[in-house]
Design a protein around this ligand. Structure first.
Ligand code: SAM
Length: 253
């Protein structure tokens, strides 16, 4: 795979969608904005015109050097050559035409951050997983986790031709706002992922597998839940509820 494809380098070439990202992110003059992937800096420039400070990361050394030259006039811009998801900077908003390969990691990373909104582009099939409802084909651990942690607002559907090189799929502009901030920790995330390895099987089977001799104690704890349904029928709240029981019963380290 080429470096460009590996790093998700599909640059926005249709200015309409840059304007939409900007409008939807609602940047104010006191905002500190984190941008993931400077690219050629077209979105970065617009962010600098609105925000107090923009911290823009670019992992590709060539692109980083190029944007260092192109964006010298913005003195509220901090440009960094590195992985944006390893940042130690504080920010309150994220705006990004996100490299697609990073989508899942981005969600797990965002859960751990204090922020007011994150307005990003994401591929259509990934968005469909994020908002999928219980029992549907696309309903996965990531759906549960994202829906528990965030209010997820879906805006424009972007055609592949808005990018260069042209990707194979459509994307969406998605705005995340925190909900139940920090309701999820690493252990609960791990358990929710575990629960979904039992997709197609009953919740009871999953509990039996885990608890072995302790099954009846765990079952008693679950008295408010119907554990005779398949795991993918559980709502995000039910998944969280049972994940907390499994954690309290010390069935996970
Ligand atoms: N902002 C530009 C635009 O809108 O056209 C570029 C968007 S392009 C989809 C994604 C950019 O993110 C690429 O320039 C890529 O090199 C960069 N990138 C990929 N992974 C990254 C990471 N972990 N941290 C920072 N930048 C990354």
């Amino acid at each position: 795979m080429s470096g460009g494809r590996r790093l998700g380098q599909n640059f926005i070439v249709n200015p309409f969608y840059i304007a939409r990202l900007l409008l939807l992110s609602d940047i104010k003059s006191d905002d500190i904005v984190l941008e993931i992937g400077t690219g050629y800096g077209e979105l970065t420039k617009k962010l600098c015109e609105k925000a107090n400070i923009v911290i823009s990361y670019e992992i590709d050394k060539k692109l980083f050097k190029n944007s260092q030259k192109r964006l010298t006039k913005y003195n509220n811009l901090i440009l960094i050559n590195g992985d944006a998801l390893k940042t130690n900077y504080m920010f309150n908003k994220v705006v990004s035409n996100l490299p697609f390969y990073i989508s899942k990691r981005f969600i797990y990373w965002l859960i751990t951050k204090s922020f007011t909104s994150a307005t990003v582009t994401l591929q259509k099939d990934f968005v469909e997983k994020l908002i999928a409802q219980p029992s549907s084909k696309n309903y996965k651990a990531i759906s549960v986790i994202a829906q528990l942690a965030f209010k997820i607002n879906i805006y424009d559907k972007i055609p592949p031709t808005a990018f260069y090189p042209i990707p194979k799929v459509f994307s969406y502009i998605v705005k995340f706002e925190p909900k139940n901030q920090f309701v999820l920790n690493d252990s609960l995330i791990k358990i929710i992922n575990f629960i979904f390895t039992f997709r197609g099987k009953k919740v009871r089977t999953m509990i039996k597998h885990l608890s072995k001799n302790n099954f009846y104690n765990v079952e008693r704890e679950c008295k408010n839940l119907n554990i005779n349904v398949n795991v993918e029928h559980f709502t995000p709240q039910e998944c969280l509820y049972i994940a907390k029981i499994l954690l309290n019963q010390k069935l996970f380290s």
